[in-house]
Design a binder for this molecule. Sequence first.
Ligand code: B1N
Length: 810
Amino acid sequence: MLKDKEKFKEMFLDRIQTIYGVTIEEASVTDKYMALSSLIRDYIYRNWVHTHREYDKKAERQVYYFSVEFLKGKPLGNNLLNLGLKDVCKEALDDLGIDLESIENIENDVGLGNGGLGRLGACFLESMASLGIPCHGCTIRYKYGLFKQKIIDGYQVEVLDNWLRNGNPWEVRKTDKSVEVKFKGKVRVNNKNGKMAFIHEDYESILAVPNDMPIIGYRNNTVNTLRTFSAEPKRTELDFTLLSREEVQKYIEYKHSVESISEILYPDDHNYEGKVLRLKQQYFLVSAGLQTIIRRFKKKGGMMKNFHEKVAIHINDTHPTLAIPELMRILIDEEDIEWDEAWYITTNAISYTNHTILPEALEKWNVDMFKGLLPRIYMIVHEINERFCKELWNRYPEDWDRIRNMAIINNNYINMAHLAVVGSYSVNGVAKVHTDILKNQVMKNFYDFSPYKFNNKTNGITHRTWLLKANPKLSNLITDAIGDKWIKEPSSLIKLTSYSQDSSFKENLFKVKKHNKQILADLIKREYNINIDLDSIVDVQVKRIHEYKRQILNVFNILNMYYTLKDNPDLDIPSRTFIFGGKAAPGYYMAKEIIKLINSVSYVINKDKIIKDKLKVIFLENYRVSLAERVFPASDVSEQISTASKEASGTGNMKFMINGSITMGTLDGANIEIRDAVGDDNFFNFGLTVDEVLSYYRNGGYNSWDVYNSDYRVKRILDSLIDGTLFGEKDKFRMIYESLLNNNDQYFVLKDFDDYVKTQVKLQERYKNKYKWLEMCTENIANAGKFSSDRTVKEYAKHIWKVKEVQVEK
Ligand code: B1N
C-alpha cells in the first residue's frame, strides 16, 4: 500500500499526528524522520516474520554471523532503495513540502564499527538478505558507537557518538527473549558415580536483552535480522526504601558495572590492549548469542546432537572466539553431552575468518585475568589445550618447539587465534595473498597440521550501497548502456567493456564524474571554505589512519610536488586535489601526529599563491560511511599504498574501482586481484612486493639513512619536518622524523618513495589524455563485478557454511 503515493501521504500524515501528536506544520525534522522510519519498519514487519518462517520451513542450515562490529551507516536510504520505495516516498514528501534528503541527513550513522572489518560485516548482511541466504547477524548494542572526530587546530578531538539519543526507530526490543550471562564466581566439581558435574556458584549475573534490526533484501520480500544485545542489571524493580544505604550503594555499583559492558565500542582497530572490559564484551556477546540460538533451535524441535547440521556459527576475527568454549560449556554442563561428542558438534558448527597478521592486533588473554572472570570457560579452554597438545605430541613426538609454538595456552597467555583455528572446521583469509601468508608463514604449522581447514574468500562490497545508492547518475548511465541486470547480477557489469572505446559513453561518464565532483566541492566549500578546481585530479586516501597504510608516503609526494612547483611555478602539470579522511585510535599517538601533519601541510599549501592553485590538500573531518558515499563517486584516483603484506585485503579499493576511479597501489591485499582483473594498463602499481618486504624483515630491515643521504628530495622533506622552515616551529614533527630515520622506517616509506613519485608522474601524464583516462575508468567499472560481496557471500555459503538460498514468496 505504501507503493501508492496518495496512500503514502495519508499514512505518513496519520503517523505524525497520532503517534507523534503534532501537526505536519509543527513537526520537527526529527519527528518526520521518526514517523517515516517507523512507518517503513511496520511496513516490512509481515515480510520480516514471514522470512523467518520460510527459513525454518525450507532452510536445511542457517548461519549466525558473530561480530563485535557492524558498521551500517544510515539505514533509511538503503531501506527505501531495497524496498523500491525511494521514488514514491520522495514524491509523496515533495507534495507535502518536505525534502526527503533533509530527513535522511539528520539520521545518525549506525557507527557500531571501526573500519573495514565492521563495514565488511554490514556489506555481507546486505548481500545475504538480497540473495536470500538464511543468515542472522549478532553483535553488541553499544550505547556509544565509534567516536565522532572533530579537528581543532589541526588535531583530532574525540566526541562521544550518542547515536541512540532520539531512540532507534529501526529496532525492536525483545525483552521476553532476554538471557542470563554469568561472570566470576567459582566452579564446584561434583563427582556422582564417576560422572563429573560442574556447578558454577557465586557468580555475577547479567541480563542480555536482544534488539532486532531488519536487514532488507533488494526487492525480494526477504528481511533478515541483525540482533544486538544490551547488558542490563537483572533486578530492575528494587524497592529502595527497603534497602540499607550500603545495599543501595552496592546496587548502584553493580548496575554501573553491568551497563558498562554494552556502553562503548573499543575504538582501536589493529591494536590489542588486553583490557578486562573487552573480554567481558566478547563473552557477553557469544554467551547471549548462543543461548538465544539454542533456545530457539530447541523450541523448533531441534535435537542438540544435530545442532551442527542445522546451525553454522561464523566468528568474524578472533573477537568472538569464546563461542568455542561457550558452546562446549552449554553442551556439556547444560545438555549433558560427553566431551568427545560436544567437541565434534562444536568443531563442525564453527568457522573462523582471520582479518590481519599484524602482531600487535593478535589477541592473547592473561590466564589469571581470564580465570577470574570466566572460571568455567577457563577450565574448558585448558582442557581443549591439553587434548590438542597430546594430539600434537602423537603427530610430532618430542618436537617441543613446534608444540610450544602451536599451543593455545603458553607463557600464561591464551592465544585466541590458536583457539579459533583448533575449534573451527574452516579458517579463511580475506584476499589471496593474505591467505597465502597465513598458510606459508604466520600459521604455517597449523596449515601443515590441518591443511583442509584453510581457504581463501576474497572480500567484497555491496554494489547496491556503493554504486546504486551512492552514485545514482553513474548507475543510470550504466543501466542505459547495458540494462539493469547488474543490480542483481554484478558480474554482468563486464558488458561495459565494449563501451570503453565508445566516445559518447565516455563523454557521459566524464559528465557524471564532474557532477559528482561538484557535489563534493560544494560540501568542501561549505564546510572548509576551500575552492576545488573541478578539472583537477581528485586524488583520495580515506581509511583509518595507521602507519602501515602510509598516509605519510602520500604527504611526502605532495610535499615533493609542492617544492617542485615552488621552484618552477609554470610547470605544465594538471592541477591536483588531494583529499584525506580517517580517524586515529584515541591512544595511537603517531596516528594523531599524522593527522596534524596532513592539516599543517594543507594549511601551508592551500594559502600559498605562488603555486597558482595547482595543489589543494583537504582533510575531511569525521570520515564515516555516510560521508564515504559522497567521496567515492567524486574521486579520480584511489590511494591504496599500504606496505606490501600489511593490508589483509582492503575494501575501500573496491568502492573506488566500482565508481570508476583508478588505483594507485602497492601489490598488497586485494589490490593484487584488482590489478589482475583490470590489467596492468588500468592500474598504477609501485613499490616493494610482499616477498621483498618479508625478505627485508627476515634480514633485519634496510638502512633508511641511505635513502636520506642519497636522495635530496627525501632530505629536504624530512628536514622541513623539524627545521621550522615549513611549519614555523622547530621540531614540530620530530616524532615522525625519528620513526623514519632512527627507528629504521618499519613501513618502508622512504624505500618506496622514489617509485611512488615516478608512478604519480606517470599517472599525471596519463590524465592529460582524457579519452584514454575514461577508457581506464570504464575498464575498472566493468571489472568490478567480481568484488561485489554477492560473490563473496555466495562462496561462504557454498564452500564454508553449506547453506542454500531461500526464495521468500510474497
Ligand atoms: O579487515 C578488513 C580488511 O579489508 C582490512 O585489510 C583489515 O585491515 C581489516 C582489531 C581489526 N583487520 N583487523 C581488523 C578490527 C578491529 C579490532 O579491534 C582488528 N580490521 C581488519 C576486512 O577484512
